[in-house]
Design a protein around this ligand. Structure first.
Ligand code: BG6
Length: 485
């Protein structure tokens, strides 16, 4: 059912012919439309440099949705014909924005829209500033209704550029108009971190330095750079995954409960975590790069052999780091974090390992092989969680074994929707809870500045392996092992 608070609007997408639009935004908009969650009367205006008109844009969008198997073909065609419009930005320079404004006003007037607007910047980083400026100088920063701007990642490439981008954005827009998107926050399992922790008293009472021995966050991918070398060469795993997605997961795992579930109170708590993290030194980091290898039985080239990658590229495709959060809750609990491409499988999880009981009355190792209790939150795929705990093996002898209790979303809820659907819906409703605030993005960049300034040299790992051996040593030096290894 449509949410009563969702108002009709014009949804303007910059970068309407790009990969993100095709793979994520269009399918999400189509599904919202199908479910009646796209407010009645709302329209979509695609904006890009390509010389499409409305008809050819609709045709191209329909073929891509059919190709993505987003739904029945007649429904796709109807959606495209009824909701999509296109405006070419020939030069893309500032002089093009008055023309865009005229077109927006024409479409709105012709279809009875009252001037509520969402501008979605599905663009590369270097285009964010000029687009925000173009919208601002053309007077599109405030319309007859509300105006909201969604900015994709990466928001900056270091602290200085993020600060400059925030300053530019704030010249034209108020912070409450800005929705910095991190699609990990749209994932049900990432949102569930707060529910798992704060709606289950027994979980939260153990979620601290008295009970937890270590925290591990792994975001592994089997894919390589998949034709995105131009972007990835200037990014690497730190900018592509750690500074945003993985850091979001980390702050949700480590934050204190907010007094209320308001957007500012949750984001305040996340910022406090970022401020509490001890300075990360280059020695706390392993940067890896994949070489030729085999993934899923298929041999794949090394990163330096990928099209568009420099043969001596220093870009990391893997990053592991260890950190400490010396605050009241987490002092002395190590946090180990890793992400990488061309690992054996796609698997993202958070593992909390609990301290062993202080005293054991089991006499011998054959009775009780020490295996600490563990909570594994499976972010994706196969979303859910597992709790590993000890049970007595039935029989006269006292033998103890580890067992896993599992919960999988798919058993109860079927297939989970793509995170973009939830996030786009939130923008339509004006709910910024799951978007990244200006100070949050800056604190996150501040945290990683020492590594960006002094990156340790890359070490190599074969595609399809578990990553570089140095990542094992990183954890072993602090007396631990990765789980799973
Ligand atoms: C994107 C990164 O933000 O997230 C990609 O740019 C990465 O490199 C992707 O593959 C991972 O997203 P997901 O949802 O598949 O885990």
């Amino acid at each position: 059912m449509p949410d009563p608070a969702a108002q009709p609007h014009l949804f303007v997408v910059f970068g309407a012919t790009g990969d993100l639009m095709q793979r994520k935004l269009l399918p999400a908009l189509f599904h919202l439309h199908q479910q009646g969650k796209f407010p009645a009367g709302s329209l979509i205006l695609g904006v890009a440099r390509h010389p499409f008109d409305d008809a050819s844009f609709r045709g191209s969008a329909a073929s891509s949705l059919v190709g993505e198997k987003a739904g029945p073909e007649d429904a796709i065609r109807a959606f495209c014909d009824q909701t999509l419009f296109y405006q070419g930005l020939a030069a893309g320079g500032p002089e093009t924005y008055p023309g865009l404004r005229t077109r927006i006003e024409q479409v709105e007037a012709a279809h009875g829209l009252s001037g509520n607007r969402i501008f979605y910047l599905a663009l590369p980083l270097e285009a964010f500033g000029p687009t925000l400026q173009g919208l601002g100088t053309a007077g599109l920063n405030h319309g007859p209704g509300w105006t909201r701007v969604v900015v994709e990642k990466p928001f900056g490439r270091d602290l200085a550029s993020a600060e400059a981008l925030n300053a530019l954005a704030h010249t034209y827009f108020q912070e409450k108009q800005l929705y910095r998107i991190d699609h990990y926050l749209g994932k049900e399992t990432v949102q569930n971190l707060l529910v798992f922790r704060f709606a289950n008293a027994f979980v939260e009472s153990d979620w601290n330095r008295d009970r937890v021995e270590k925290v591990e966050i792994t975001v592994a991918e089997s894919l390589g750079v998949e034709g995105r070398a131009n972007y990835y060469e200037t990014s690497g795993a730190l900018r592509d995954m750690i500074q945003n997605h993985v850091t979001q997961v980390l702050t949700l795992v480590a934050m204190e409960p907010p007094a209320h579930r308001t957007e500012d109170e949750i984001r305040d708590e996340k910022v406090k975590v970022l401020r509490s993290i001890r300075r990360i030194e280059p020695g706390d980091v392993v940067r890896g790069q994949y070489t030729r290898g085999t993934v899923d039985g298929v041999s794949v080239p090394g990163y330096r052999e990928e099209t568009g990658v420099a043969p001596d590229s220093d870009t990391e495709t893997y990053l592991a780091l260890r950190l400490k959060i010396p605050n009241w809750r987490w002092k002395d609990v190590p946090f180990f974090v890793r992400t990488g491409k061309r690992l054996p499988a796609k698997s993202s999880q958070v593992v909390l390992t609990f301290r062993a009981p202080p005293v054991s009355f089991f006499q011998s190792e054959s009775e009780y092989e020490l295996s600490p209790d563990r909570v594994t939150i499976l972010l994706q795929p196969d979303e859910g969680f597992e709790i590993a705990f000890e049970i007595k093996v039935p029989g006269r002898e006292m033998r103890v074994q580890t067992h896993r209790m599992k919960f999988h979303y798919s058993d109860v809820f079927g297939v989970l929707p793509d995170g973009y659907e939830a996030l786009i819906q939130d923008v339509m409703l004006g709910d910024a809870n799951l978007f990244v605030r200006a100070d949050e993005v800056e604190e996150s960049w501040r945290l990683y500045t020492p590594i960006l300034d002094h990156p340790p040299p890359v070490v190599f790992y074969p595609a399809g392996s578990d990553g570089p051996a140095a990542a094992k040593r990183l954890v072993e030096e602090w007396g631990h092992r990765w789980n799973p290894e």
